[in-house]
Design a protein around this ligand. Structure first.
Ligand SMILES: Nc1nc2c(ncn2[C@@H]2O[C@H](COP(=O)(O)OP(=O)(O)O[C@H]3O[C@H](CO)[C@@H](O)[C@H](O)[C@@H]3O)[C@@H](O)[C@H]2O)c(=O)[nH]1
Length: 254
């Protein structure tokens, strides 16, 4: 955890007006979307957390957009916002466009496929307040965290990749490839604008840059559950290129 240059720390403190925007990128998530929205609303409303959800939908062929529109009718336009894009443009740009539609001062990035349970969001917020930090990341690799549903190969690959990336790039952050995170909005905007990586390394670079800029990163153990409906949208070849990209990041980060 970095405690370096924290010049803009004053704006990190939460106030009673805190609002949390949850950005949900979707590609072929028709079955998962109603469940994740219901879980988000249940978990956050019972903790009196002010929130909105921004769904960034990339013209999925399975009718995810129509499901999102139905959900917007049920939950209200103040709670569910939809950004409909013409085609599959990738996770990084989905986050970037989602931020533009957000009205919260804090942003939560999470998957829509039920891998990330919204019950952890109140814990992220509690940790942020306790540390007065700018970022909180979910971690599968601290005591209390874990992964369910992956085969041994994927578990090992992820564990080793995270270990190597952590040692080389950001000691103190145990889960660099995870994407379930809470960011202060201005910090997220700054990091995402500077980010040059794609795929799994995108999440790694976010933490590396945050560390370099002196932002404090808190961790909350989470359980990651492999999706039941649908398939992963990231290339399998990505795992092969991961170590090369981490090494590249290590050599070239400015
Ligand atoms: N809008 C949009 N959404 C997308 C796109 N690609 C994926 N998504 C959405 O992004 C989320 C994660 O996509 P998956 O394809 O299921 O990702 P994954 O392989 O399981 O990888 C996840 O875990 C990794 C760590 O293990 C993370 O590094 C990665 O970012 C992601 O969270 C889902 O909600 C999915 O619908 C896209 O091009 N556009």
């Amino acid at each position: 955890m970095s405690t370096k240059n924290r010049s803009d720390k004053s704006s990190s403190s939460t106030t009673t007006k805190d609002k949390y925007t949850i950005i949900l990128p979707t590609y072929k998530e028709r079955e998962n979307l109603p469940i994740i929205i219901w879980l988000i609303s249940t978990e956050l409303e019972k903790c009196f957390i002010d929130y909105e959800v921004v769904i960034v939908e990339d013209n999925s062929p399975d009718g995810t957009l129509e499901v999102a529109q139905q959900l917007q009718k049920i939950y209200g336009e103040d709670k569910i916002k939809i950004l409909s894009r013409p085609g599959k443009m990738g996770l990084g740009s989905a986050y970037m466009d989602g931020i533009k539609k957000s009205t919260g001062n804090w942003v939560i990035l999470m998957d829509a496929d039920l891998s990330h349970h919204p019950k952890f969001i109140p814990q992220f917020i509690e940790k942020q307040k306790k540390l007065d930090c700018e970022i909180v990341t979910g971690t599968r690799y601290q005591s209390g965290g874990g992964v369910f549903g992956w085969n041994l190969y994927r578990k090992l690959t992820s564990r080793v990749a995270n270990y190597i990336a952590s040692v080389l790039l950001t000691p103190g952050v145990s889960d660099l490839t995870g994407s379930f995170r809470l960011y202060r909005k201005d910090v997220l905007e700054k990091l995402i604008t500077q980010n040059k990586s794609k795929g799994y390394v995108f999440q790694v670079e976010m933490m590396v840059r945050a560390n370099q800029l002196g932002y404090q990163i808190g961790e909350v153990p989470i359980t990651f559950v492999d999706r039941i409906f649908g398939v992963s949208n990231l290339d399998s070849g990505e795992i092969v290129g991961f170590l090369k990209s981490v090494l590249n990041l290590f050599m070239n980060i400015e």
